[in-house]
Design a protein around this ligand. Structure first.
Ligand code: SF4
Ligand code: SF4
Ligand code: F3S
Length: 265
């Protein structure tokens, strides 16, 4: 077999907490090691690359120049737009500047997590830095993979789709891949029979909580949250927030920080 060159990938980090990366490296379907070492060439990423300083910047510039129109751009974090973007700078340049430059030659762009997809905590009121999701800045299509963080296997699943089919997956009206975001958490939640039967947890430590009843009355946002948690689950299919006893806080939905409170008394 003739080996194909691995597609180059640039992964940018702007206003974020890095848990999207933390989630990504826990993917088991496919194994993240197989993806990073065999399927893609992760040429620039501040958290995982061995290079630092000028050597790292050279990797970024070389990839943009040598693979113009061919590299994939993955963006973690929102972009501050107030005061000329000075609230996030890397190697002396603003996130805003870097995003425009790298997006120009990208074959496909993915927004990782709620920060890059909808602004997340940085853009919550009063949004002091003017944090902005990347689709509001760029005039190219952006595949949104929201969640705080997104599910690891959803992240690698989206990358795999782009690599295997050479096209962006089918998206919903908000730009999210339909294969992972077309159903509400509530639609596939294992506690749904309790919801339908009108059996609800009334207090965190009551008997009904111990019996695993529905968390709707505790503020669960599963009925208005589109994500694959109840199907794909987290940590290699082990569990998801509701299974651990807490309601969904809607972490993949727009403005979930401002749509609070998370708790009702
Ligand atoms: Fe962190 Fe959430 Fe932003 Fe991802 S979306 S970088 S997990 S704050
Ligand atoms: Fe729906 Fe939440 Fe109840 Fe599950 S726990 S059935 S998602 S309201
Ligand atoms: Fe987030 Fe709700 Fe899933 S809080 S992790 S979308 S169950």
């Amino acid at each position: 077999f003739e080996s194909q060159p691995r597609p180059p990938v640039i992964w940018l980090h702007f206003q974020e907490c890095t848990c999207c990366s933390e989630s990504f490296i826990r993917s088991s379907h496919p194994m993240v090691g197989d993806l990073i070492l065999d399927q893609i060439s992760l040429d620039y990423t501040e958290t995982l690359q061995a290079a630092a300083g000028e050597a790292a910047e050279k990797c970024l510039k070389d990839t943009m120049k040598n693979y113009h129109g061919k590299y994939f751009l993955l963006v973690e974090g929102s972009v501050p737009t107030k005061d000329d973007g000075i609230y996030c700078t890397i190697a002396g340049r603003s996130a805003l500047e870097i995003l425009h430059e790298t997006a120009e030659g990208a074959a496909a762009i993915i927004a990782w997590g709620s920060c890059a997809s909808n602004g997340c905590v940085q853009s919550s009121s009063p949004n002091p830095t003017g944090a902005t999701p990347i689709h509001e800045i760029l005039d190219k299509p952006v595949i949104k993979v929201p969640g705080c963080p997104p599910i690891a296997d959803v992240m690698t699943g989206v990358v795999t789709h782009v690599l295997v089919f050479g096209s962006i997956p089918e998206l919903d009206g908000q730009g999210r891949p339909k294969s992972f975001y077309s159903r509400r958490v509530h639609d596939t939640c294992y506690r749904r029979p309790y919801y339908d039967a009108g059996l609800f947890v009334e207090r965190w430590d009551d008997e009904k909580a111990r019996k695993g009843y529905c968390l709707y009355k505790m503020g669960c946002r599963g009925p208005v949250t589109y994500n694959a948690c109840a199907v794909t689950r987290w940590n290699a299919g082990t569990s998801y927030p509701i299974q651990s006893g807490h309601g969904c806080i809607g972490c993949s939905e727009n403005n979930f920080w401002d749509n609070g409170p998370f708790y009702r008394h």
